[in-house]
Design a protein around this ligand. Structure first.
Ligand SMILES: [Zn+2]
Length: 463
């Protein structure tokens, strides 16, 4: 993969130039951040684990042809197209007619922030600035940005739609604001709002008498809600606040899903389609392990590292198909519409299969592989990214970049919107339409020449 993707930028002199630019950017950014942190009274957490590979800094990567053109089209026709992102924010003011629709705002802004990291497009920034200002204005008196009225938080009675998706939706607001803060603009009001959102969740969710995170969600094991692990770890890294690390520990100790300890199962080598039964939902499960990777990076927890790497091994071996994506409905989980792990590597040619390889799964798998690549430098992770980008991801994109196929049968229809989503006046929007652009945005983030971290981590001096 590196040879294929590096060609346009592999000249030695240009690489040296990039490193010099990186050094200058890093010094400047460190100074500005230190000043801001001093004013804001926050102290970023010190990671214990040093990544063996780092992405190149923002705006440093120039791709050509087959990879840059899809990115350009997606920015032009998706983020700057007619996506009804203002209507997405209205769900937080007026409620939503269907569960999980509150994820749309976060997914749209999250991928837009990552696209902005790569291409400093001023029109894209204007879209993102407006969307962020709009969502911040929906913050409720208790600090939450939620589609659910305060008196019904968190998540209504826990299982009834639409409010059962409350934690999942609030997770995506947090992730989007973290990506905006990290890659677009470090606005103090964004970080302040993130902390109020997290503080509200900590007041509402946790050990008794608070609400159990495994009892709030739309799936039978509420697996999706534990994906709050990632935004809490990222917020802990930004602020150093112990409360967020404690909440992450609560999620991990809860096992990630009702009735299962996903992390123990990963360490034991349980096949992914048998993890988290009765719903081994591929995309949500992998999101949780993304958060576990962040936990390991910050804490140095070796049992977490073991779970992260064994989960990667198991998915790679048992679930990933010839186009780099995974999950399906037959034979194991026909009731889950092809969105569960399904021993897919073995079953990919099963003629009974009618839905498989949701784009949300592939994009999240790609992001997870980039975590493993950064942590270990394992070439199998780079290969997994390459296989998915060139086959599953680009193969799922509509030619103009204004949408992605929901499910991706090897011998079936592409660009179907049949599945979860909502039809707006401007057209249908699905989870996969929203996640596909994140995969594109990750191409320059995780497939360009990775380099060792230049300096050992040092404890920040904040006091
Ligand atoms: Zn999807």
């Amino acid at each position: 993969m590196r040879e294929a993707l590096m060609k346009p930028i592999s000249q030695g002199s240009f690489f040296a130039f990039l490193l010099a630019v990186f050094a200058g950017v890093a010094v400047h950014a460190a100074g500005a951040q230190k000043s801001f942190e001093k004013r804001g009274g926050i102290c970023p957490a010190k990671p214990v684990v040093r990544d063996v590979m780092d992405p190149l800094p923002p705006d440093a990567v120039k791709l050509t042809g087959g990879l840059e053109v899809p990115i350009e089209k997606s920015i032009a026709h998706w983020h700057k197209g007619n996506v009804p992102y203002r209507e997405f924010a209205e769900f937080f003011r007026k409620g939503r007619p269907k569960f999980a629709l509150g994820e749309m705002w976060g997914k749209f802004v999250r991928s837009g922030a990552m696209q902005y990291r790569h291409r400093r497009d001023s029109e894209l920034k204007a879209v993102l600035d407006g969307a962020v200002a709009d969502i911040l204005a929906t913050e409720r008196p208790n600090g939450s940005i939620s589609c659910v009225p305060e008196e019904l938080q968190p998540g209504g009675d826990g299982h009834s739609r639409p409010h059962c998706s409350d934690l999942w939706e609030r997770k995506y607001v947090m992730l989007a604001l973290e990506d905006y803060y990290e890659w677009v603009e470090r606005r103090p009001e964004v970080l302040a709002s993130l902390q109020r959102q997290a503080d509200c969740l900590i007041r509402q969710v946790g050990p008794a008498p608070k609400r159990d995170i495994r009892e709030i969600g739309w799936s039978p094991n509420c697996i999706e809600s534990s994906s709050l692990l990632e935004p809490f770890m990222r917020l802990h890294k930004l602020t150093g606040r112990k409360e967020y690390l404690d909440f992450a520990r609560y999620i991990i100790e809860s096992g990630g899903a009702k009735g299962s300890d996903l992390f123990a199962q990963a360490r034991a080598g349980v096949m992914p389609w048998r993890m988290g039964e009765p719903y081994p939902k591929a995309y949500e499960m992998t999101s949780i392990f993304e958060g576990l990777a962040e936990w390991h990076r910050v804490t140095g927890d070796e049992s977490a590292r073991e779970a992260v790497l064994k989960y990667f091994d198991s998915v790679l071996r048992h679930e990933i198909t010839i186009v780099g994506n995974g999950g399906g409905n037959y034979p194991h989980w026909p009731r889950w519409s092809g969105e569960a792990w399904d021993n897919t590597a073995a079953e990919q040619s099963n003629p009974d299969m009618t839905r498989m390889m949701e784009t949300c799964v592939g994009v999240t798998w790609m992001k997870y592989a980039s975590q493993v690549l950064r942590l270990t430098g394992d070439v199998r992770a780079a290969d997994a990214i390459e296989l998915y980008v060139y086959n599953g991801l680009l193969g799922a994109m509509k030619p103009d970049g204004d949408g992605f196929s929901y499910v991706n049968l090897l011998n079936g229809e592409k660009v179907t919107n049949k599945g979860w989503g909502w039809t707006f006046a401007s057209g249908p929007v699905t989870c996969c339409n929203l996640n596909g652009p994140m995969g594109l945005a990750y191409i320059p983030f995780c497939t360009t020449p990775a380099r060792p971290s230049p300096r050992p981590h040092r404890a920040p001096k904040c006091n």
